[in-house]
Design a protein around this ligand. Structure first.
Ligand SMILES: Cc1cc2nc3c(=O)[nH]c(=O)nc-3n(C[C@H](O)[C@H](O)[C@H](O)COP(=O)(O)OP(=O)(O)OC[C@H]3O[C@@H](n4cnc5c(N)ncnc54)[C@H](O)[C@@H]3O)c2cc1C
Length: 430
């Protein structure tokens, strides 16, 4: 690693999950030079739905139809939660910018207003979320109005059963029915996968043959639902072709991870990074990070011979355990790169509740970094560890994003707020 050759960026973002992507996007849009290190994070497993905040308080599982009323309740009841630290107006703007970027990369979302939407899941339960991909949006009205609806699945597709959804919802949605068809060209294949079918539907002839098989099954259906497999990178085009061919609104239902919408989201965000001029190191990870005045030095492993880079500010968006931002041994939880203090239960036996499904959740799922109001992680004395180190997303303490249904909200909102601080700091420094 040559010291002299180390390139300097305004911002280095460590992490390429939802939080790292949002931070790199917002930094690039503010004209900052940005490098991002890390691979796709939890995005591949995401449903494509962008949760802002649906449940507060978690222990009572109170479900909110307005995420902004939920944020107000969060600010009253749990002011230390990182989402409660961000101005709701800024959260709106951040979501709009994030979604505009996805739309520009071929993954459009429905207009986001004041309310969450209810979306059917692949097991027939209902998920409450804020940002809904356009390919899924017809399902929101169909569910709300209990419209006569046909769900279609494909023989051999194990990850999605239309019949199971209909059986689960039968009582409350009597006009919901299902049909199973063969996927054209895959008749001899015993098991098929959503990602293969999604790619196949980008071929016009396959698409037309599939539509021709579904059309005679429509009956009185005023809307048709399928697993989320209407195209991989060209989902808008495939979805529009299905609606035109069937003559009714068509919606996708998110499938189990790894999902096609997760792949689309990752593809769209990668395209956004490239369009905004973000330098990326997807195959590298940060081995060490050192600070000297206004300059951070990052040593990367992954590239042959390693690589050294410098940055005016560093964003730590390394996630929790699955992202590898936190690691745990038998005694305690540690922050993986710098060994920053992690807020966590005092003893290991307090990590989990006795009951796995305890409604209050497990304390280990609220472990993470504490920051000051400028999103700088604190050292053991309670002061910012470094002036130009910022932490965002799921590595933050005082939140259980999975139970609160605020994964993307936490990532996008804290990325926006931290990038605002970084921009001010870099401008002050000239
Ligand atoms: C199964 C599943 C389903 C989900 N469904 C939804 C959903 O329906 N709606 C929703 O809003 N959200 C959903 N999410 C959540 C969302 O996608 C994000 O995973 C979550 O918000 C956490 O994002 P993050 O960026 O903080 O961390 P992560 O996604 O964990 O990303 C951490 C990143 O840090 C990188 N990293 C770690 N250490 C290093 C290092 N030393 N050097 C370089 N890089 C490093 C990793 O490679 C990774 O890129 C889901 C997540 C999962 C796992």
């Amino acid at each position: 690693m040559s010291d002299a050759a180390a390139k300097r960026y305004d911002v280095a973002v460590i992490g390429a999950g939802m939080a790292g992507m949002a931070a790199a996007l917002f930094a690039a849009e503010r004209g900052l030079s940005c490098i991002q290190i890390g691979s796709g994070g939890g995005i591949l497993f995401a449903s494509g739905l962008l949760d802002l905040l649906a449940v507060q308080p978690v222990a009572q599982h109170r479900l909110w139809q307005s995420p902004f009323e939920a944020l107000a309740a969060l600010a009253r009841e749990q002011p230390a939660h990182p989402l409660a630290q961000v101005d709701p107006l800024a959260i709106r703007t951040a979501f709009q910018r994030f979604v505009a970027a996805l739309t520009s990369a071929g993954m459009p979302y429905a207009q986001m207003g004041e309310h969450n939407s209810n979306v059917i899941t692949s097991i027939g339960t209902v998920k409450t979320s804020y940002g809904v991909p356009l390919t899924m949006v017809a399902g929101v009205a169909a569910l709300a109005q209990r419209l006569p609806c046909l769900l279609v699945d494909f023989r051999g597709l194990r990850e999605f059963s239309a019949r199971q959804i209909v059986e689960t919802l039968a009582q409350e949605w009597p006009t919901l029915r299902h049909q199973r068809i063969e996927f054209p060209g895959f008749e001899a294949v015993p098991e098929v996968y959503a990602v293969h079918l999604a790619r196949a539907l980008e071929n016009r002839e396959t698409r037309e043959r599939t539509i021709a098989l579904i059309k005679p099954l429509l009956g009185d259906a005023r809307v048709v639902g399928l697993a989320a497999l209407l195209g991989l990178s060209r989902s808008s085009e495939v979805h529009a072709a299905f609606e035109a061919g069937l003559g009714v609104p068509v919606f996708e239902i998110p499938t189990m991870p790894t999902s096609v919408p997760g792949l689309r989201l990752l593809g769209a965000l990668e395209a956004v990074m490239s369009a905004r001029g973000v330098t990326r190191r997807q195959l590298s990870s940060v081995r060490s990070l050192n600070f000297d005045g206004d300059t951070a030095t990052l040593d990367l492993v992954g590239a042959p011979g390693g690589e050294r880079i410098r940055a005016g500010a560093v964003v730590l968006a390394t996630g929790r355990f699955s992202g590898r931002g936190l690691t745990a041994d038998r005694q305690s939880v540690r922050e993986s790169i710098l060994g920053l203090p992690v807020q966590q239960p005092l003893a290991r036996e307090d990590w989990h509740q006795r009951d796995f499904l305890d409604p209050t959740g497990h304390a280990i799922n609220r472990a993470g970094l504490l920051t000051d109001e400028a999103w700088r992680p604190l050292d053991a004395s309670g002061k910012p560890a470094w002036a130009n180190l910022f932490a965002i997303g799921s590595i933050l303490a005082e939140q259980d994003w999975m139970r609160a249904k605020c994964g993307s909200g936490l990532a996008i909102a804290t990325a926006w707020a931290a990038v605002e601080q970084i921009t001010q700091q870099l401008h002050k420094a000239g």
